[in-house]
Design a protein around this ligand. Structure first.
Ligand SMILES: Cc1cc2nc3c(=O)[nH]c(=O)nc-3n(C[C@H](O)[C@H](O)[C@H](O)COP(=O)(O)OP(=O)(O)OC[C@H]3O[C@@H](n4cnc5c(N)ncnc54)[C@H](O)[C@@H]3O)c2cc1C
Length: 465
């Protein structure tokens, strides 16, 4: 095997064992790619030495964290699968700067629970956070429900330690300049090159994360509505309101609501509802949650008032989060049942400016109806104009028809000023759609950057390019 010969001087042990390689061959995309070998470094020096040896042997290296990617970004059948899960050091909180240094393999959920015990918050909250690594969240610029208030991962990263394709290690800090006219804006903060780069520009070893004080009061509300359009109108009104300010506005269509109900054994709850909005409102110490204002707004849009649920306290909010997570995890399970027949879950993460949400959803439903395929399950971060559509393809032919419907939808989404990938990245599955959104000029600049940092194109081949 070529990878074995090229890396013979490597101190780090590579595994060629088929069962080990197969255990790293899947992520949440439904694809299977078995790597030629697997590296499981325990230190930054191991990673640097792997990369230093790789160019000489022209061996590709694909970094991986929790392997929750929905786009096939964390799996490969070329060269080494580099699992960063062994880099798990967590430093002390810097109380003055309100930051913490952590290695790339630390799980986001563990880190957040540890910080919460000290009254601190690392804000990014992908639904999958219990299985996601810090390195993976940064490499995908992950976001989540609460990104409505806090933004995606990018603004919460103050520093990065990265290894480039040649094995050199670089310490990068976000500039705090209020004014700067030196050079192109794109080079002002090299840290931003790596956030969202999906493993293609460098390997994230360690990060300095910016923290916030944990908000003292948070209330969650699950508000059922009779049908989709009024629920979406409610979301648009909530975004524009001056009396309420949600930190998340999550949408469940009638099918997503049914998935959650079934998984929770919540049988008859909100039985007549055609849609649900889950929202959270945070407030500062000493100030009240504007509950009456929320209920007045919900009433105005015809909410099913008797079935509104209120979530108060950390444990109740965790229950609500678990319920939300049930929807994608159930859909992944359903999709995996059809893998042998060439089927899988087809999942979108397009977003439009939130005022266009109703139009985009209604168009996408129409495209599915015209193609004669099952309507998708629609749920997610509607407050950011960012719903997820999940279809279940039962075989390869159905998959091809669904992908056509998705492409029709994406063309419409981009025409409405939206994006085809708001939070899950492009990976291998969506790279065919890059020209829908980026001009040849933008694609050319991206390729030039890739060439400057990874001239032999050894990092994460197949992701983005
Ligand atoms: C049920 C479910 C729900 C999800 N919900 C959300 C959500 O709400 N929001 C959201 O944003 N995403 C969500 N995702 C997608 C996924 O969890 C995120 O993209 C996450 O950031 C991936 O992290 P990971 O550690 O699993 O990375 P992996 O899947 O292992 O890798 C993802 C990408 O990052 C690169 N990478 C990983 N580690 C490093 C490193 N140290 N250095 C350089 N590159 C690296 C890989 O090469 C790959 O390109 C969800 C996924 C699932 C399965």
């Amino acid at each position: 095997m070529p990878a074995k010969r090229a890396l013979r001087n490597l101190h780090l042990t590579l595994s060629y064992d088929l069962s080990v390689r197969q255990s790293f061959a899947h992520d949440a995309s439904g694809l299977e790619l078995v790597p030629e070998s697997v590296a499981r470094p325990k230190s930054e020096a191991d990673v640097a030495s792997l990369l230093r040896d790789a160019p000489a042997g022209r061996v590709a290296v694909t970094p991986a964290g929790g392997q929750t990617s929905t786009t096939g970004a964390s799996i490969t059948d070329r060269g080494v699968l580099l699992s960063l899960r062994g880099l798990t050091d967590v430093g002390a909180v810097d109380d003055e700067r309100l930051t913490i240094r952590v290695q790339a393999g630390v799980l986001l959920g563990d880190l957040k629970r540890r910080l919460a015990a000290d009254g601190l918050l690392f804000a990014p909250d992908p639904t999958s956070e219990d299985d996601v690594t810090v390195g993976g969240a940064i490499a995908c610029n992950a976001s989540g429900a609460r990104s409505l208030l806090y933004g995606a991962t990018r603004p919460h990263v103050a520093g990065l330690r990265v290894a480039l394709a040649d094995g050199s290690v670089h310490e990068l800090r976000r500039s705090r300049l209020e004014k700067n006219t030196v050079g192109y804006a794109a080079v002002h903060d090299p840290i931003d090159w790596f956030i969202g780069s999906e493993g293609t520009l460098g390997v994230i070893l360690e990060a300095e994360l910016s923290l916030l004080p944990l908000p003292p009061n948070v209330t969650g509300l699950a508000i059922p509505f009779p049908e989709e359009n009024v629920a979406l109108d409610f979301i648009i009104a909530a975004r524009s309101s001056t009396t309420v300010s949600a930190r998340c506005l999550e949408y469940f269509d009638v099918r997503a609501l049914e998935v959650a109900r079934t998984a929770e054994g919540a049988g008859g709850w909100a039985a007549g509802a055609g849609a649900l909005v889950y929202l959270e409102q945070a407030s500062a110490a000493g100030s009240d949650i504007p509950l009456d204002e929320w209920l007045t707004l919900a009433q105005r849009y015809g909410a099913v008032e008797n079935d509104i649920l209120v979530y108060e306290g950390a444990s109740a909010l965790r229950d609500a989060r678990r319920l939300r997570h049930t929807v994608p995890s159930t859909m992944i399970e359903r999709g995996n049942r059809y893998r042998a027949a060439g089927g899988r879950r087809v999942s979108t993460d397009w977003a439009v400016p939130y005022r266009h949400l109703k139009e985009a959803i209604s168009q996408s439903r129409q495209f599915a109806a015209e193609a004669g395929i099952d309507q998708p399950v629609i749920y997610g971060h509607a407050g950011n104009g960012h719903p997820h559509q999940n279809f279940i393809a039962r075989d390869a032919a159905e998959l091809a028809r669904m992908e056509q419907v998705v492409e029709q939808t994406l063309r419409r989404v981009v025409a409405l000023g939206g994006t085809f990938a708001a939070e899950h990245g492009t990976g291998k599955i969506k790279r065919k759609w890059l020209p829908l959104q980026l001009t040849p000029l933008q694609l050319g600049v991206m390729k030039a950057m890739k060439h400057a940092l990874d001239p032999a194109a050894l990092l994460a081949p197949g992701n983005l390019f």
